[in-house]
Design a protein around this ligand. Structure first.
Ligand code: M6R
Length: 363
């Protein structure tokens, strides 16, 4: 039931504060500010974590790659399931494999998991549908509690995947002796604040609707980001092409000069995801590169980066959250809303975009 919402996607975007809270309750002991890792989920003994998934779920994995490396010093390899299952994988002793799937039924992800099991790897599955095939066959099931997701474009499941992965990377950091108590507590407090900040971000809707009009008039959209915001750029572009049918790509900011900048002209919108972090000056330089070639630049900032970038952007959206994890979650909501509003303007079938199915159970 869509309730008073026009689309399931819109409803699911708005459910995010609540489902983030629910998912967090599985991965965080809120009163003590400690991450809680599910039984059998032992990151201390792991030498490498292989993350395999498709589409949006794979982008959640690519965001988590930065987090596991940064907070836990854990080597991570991420692959899309359709490639992983057909390559000659060189497994190592100490490898474990994590599969991410909203539906738990994606054919390529399931086969990749079976292959890892057969190779003797421990298999972990982060799934939203608890009674799915992937959940049934995995050694350890890590649930996201997003509730049923009906819109073909994944929104609330993605953000719950991010939240669970963030908590796990903090837990892994503690287990592996890479995060001290104070740093871990800071990250967990960011996660606990996520429902509130995500709710505040939803209030940017009117602003984003305006921006969506400009974006929809252009020929294409290029998302750029660095660090964990690079996979979020990929996700922003996927969401947009999926439901609005506009051509969109995501690039690492530093890759522009290696080819994509040739695409830039006055018809292109560039959406730069820029938190107030150590990459800010690098991001500024990417923004200048595209602005000087005529692109319409939209900067998605946070309260720290916004004043530093106010002269660079034609449009600045400030996601109301600070902190490494929290800003990324807030910016996730911004890219979802951009896609949703551009699709509304284009008049596409938001919940059932052409050529797509919710669950890809055949190759
Ligand atoms: O059910 P899964 O998470 O395994 O699905 C994976 C992809 O098919 C899915 O995320 C797809 O990319 C979405 N439609 C993106 O919005």
């Amino acid at each position: 039931d869509r309730g008073h919402y026009r689309h399931f996607m819109q409803k699911e975007i708005h459910e995010q504060p609540e489902v983030i809270g629910r998912t967090l309750s599985r991965y965080v002991d809120v009163p003590n500010g400690q991450p809680v890792l599910p039984v059998g989920c032992n990151f201390a003994d792991m030498d490498r974590l292989i993350i395999v998934a498709c589409g949006t779920a794979a982008f959640a994995g690519r965001v988590a790659e930065y987090w596991f490396e940064r907070y836990a010093g854990l080597p991570v390899k991420v692959d899309v399931a359709s490639e992983f299952r057909y390559r000659k994988n060189a497994f190592m002793k100490g490898d474990a494999a994590l599969f991410i799937s909203q539906s738990g039924e994606t054919a390529d992800t399931l086969e990749a998991m079976r292959l890892c099991k057969a190779a003797g790897l421990k298999t972990l599955a982060l799934v939203n549908v608890e009674h799915s095939t992937i959940a049934r066959e995995a050694d350890i099931v890590l649930p996201t509690l997003a509730g049923p997701e009906i819109g073909v474009a994944s929104t609330k499941a993605f953000i719950c995947q991010l939240v669970a992965l963030a908590a796990m990377s903090v837990g892994a950091g503690i287990d592996r002796g890479k995060l001290d108590e104070a740093n871990a507590a800071q990250l967990i407090s960011e996660l606990n604040a996520a429902p509130r900040h995500v709710a505040d971000t939803l209030a940017l809707q009117a602003e984003i609707e305006d921006i969506a009009h400009n974006i929809s008039r252009g020929s294409m959209v290029i998302y750029i980001g660095r660090n964990a915001y690079f996979p979020l750029a990929l996700e922003g572009a996927l969401k947009l092409k999926e439901i609005s049918y506009m051509f969109a790509e995501g690039y690492a900011g530093g890759e522009l000069k290696h080819g994509p900048i040739a695409l830039i002209d006055e018809d292109v919108s560039v959406i730069a995801l820029v938190p107030d972090d150590e990459m800010l000056e690098k991001n500024r330089s990417s923004i200048r590169q595209v602005a000087s070639r005529g692109a319409h630049v939209i900067v998605v900032a946070d309260p720290g980066s916004a004043p530093k970038l106010s002269n660079e952007a034609e449009v600045l959206i400030t996601a109301p959250a600070t902190g490494t994890i929290l800003t990324l979650l807030a910016q996730t909501v911004v890219v979802q809303l951009i896609a949703y509003h551009v699709a509304l303007i284009k008049g596409t079938d938001v919940d059932q975009p052409r050529n797509l199915a919710k669950s890809v159970t055949v190759e």
